[in-house]
Design a protein around this ligand. Structure first.
Ligand SMILES: [Zn+2]
Length: 336
């Protein structure tokens, strides 16, 4: 994984520049474009579709005009957080020597905004403080991770606990493009409670938070404490930014502006584990890594369903979460 990431960096940098021209230099025909990877052509098509959508959807339920996107540089101007978030004012982010997370976040977020604007999106750069009830067609919080351990690598992205279908689509689109532009491995078991419970995702707790109908994702772009990741975060910021901006474009181009249901957040009643030693899995997949075994009778709070799996938070032990087989749960009534 690490070797291949290293050897492909120069290629990726070149690819990113070519793609930037292709995606954002709309209408320009580029020699050899047919030979570019499929996702480069798809990203170009996304940008074209967004432009077409902007002009052909007057009177849609959504606000007409170009899509609006907020890109937050994590920890940037953290000292300006309002009183309700005073506890986080000292949360200045990860660092390693002279490398500070906040610098990477800001540099990357600025590039994402610039790239989105070239793609016809009304993008704005946001500091740590989110405007109260912030509404947009998409919101992405840009962070980077830090760890005392050295056996960690890569990126991860997450939605809020209770997320709309649109937020999940944004997450899927971002995950699809980010890995392709950066070639960083995914930190598949690294998503934390703090990511899912990000303060900007918590309008029930804070005034300075997103409107629940704003599709939102937080991304940890890599580890500032790991050399191979730093090489990408600080050395290839344009590739990192393209990984994010093309994911947002991909989401915006594919969403259905006439489907307000996609923006609704579902809630589920509490449930109880029925099977002794039920598996709590990291991912909704048979045979994936087991996070814990749950005793029969354990009370859980479902937040999402996928196939035969239900994502849950443990009641009274909210730092434990994962996926339980639906057949291991007693779900009261209809929970749609
Ligand atoms: Zn951070």
């Amino acid at each position: 994984m690490q070797g291949s990431a290293k050897s492909q960096l120069p290629f990726l940098a070149l690819g990113a520049v070519v793609l930037a021209v292709l995606v954002f230099g709309v209408g320009t025909r580029i020699e050899g474009a047919r030979r570019l990877p499929r996702q480069a052509r798809e990203a170009a098509a996304d940008a074209r579709n967004i432009r077409a959508g902007v002009s052909s959807l007057p009177g849609a339920w959504a606000v007409p005009g170009p899509p609006r996107v907020g890109v937050q540089a994590g920890h940037w101007r953290i000292e300006e957080l309002p009183d309700e978030l005073y506890r986080l004012r000292r949360s200045t982010g990860a660092r390693w020597g002279r490398y500070r997370e906040v610098d990477a976040n800001l540099d990357i977020a600025r590039r994402v905004v610039e790239q989105l604007r070239k793609g016809g999106v009304a993008a704005e750069l946001l500091p740590a403080t989110v405007p109260p009830g912030y509404r947009a067609d998409a919101f992405v919080a840009v962070h980077a991770d830090g760890a005392a351990r050295s056996d960690v690598r890569g990126w991860k992205a997450a939605t809020a606990w209770r997320a709309s279908d649109a937020s999940r689509q944004l997450l899927d689109a971002l995950s699809f493009t980010y890995v392709r532009f950066t070639d960083l491995p995914e930190d598949r078991y690294g998503t934390t409670y703090n990511m899912r419970g990000y303060y900007a995702f918590s309008p029930h707790r804070f005034h300075h938070a997103l409107d629940p109908a704003t599709p939102a994702v937080i991304i940890e772009t890599g580890f500032v404490t790991v050399a191979e990741d730093r090489e990408v975060l600080f050395g290839q910021p344009d590739s990192v930014a393209l990984g994010i901006s093309s994911g947002i474009l991909r989401f915006l181009a594919r969403r259905d502006r006439f489907d307000p249901a996609a923006l609704q957040v579902r809630t589920y009643p509490a449930a109880r584990v029925m099977t002794p030693n039920a598996v709590l899995s990291y991912h909704p997949r048979e045979g994936d890594k087991v996070a814990a075994r749950l005793a029969a009778g354990t009370l859980v709070r479902p937040v999402h369903r996928e196939g035969e799996w239900v994502e849950v938070i443990l009641w009274g032990n909210y730092r434990r979460f994962g996926w339980v087989r639906e057949s291991d749960l007693e779900l009261p009534g209809d929970s749609s």
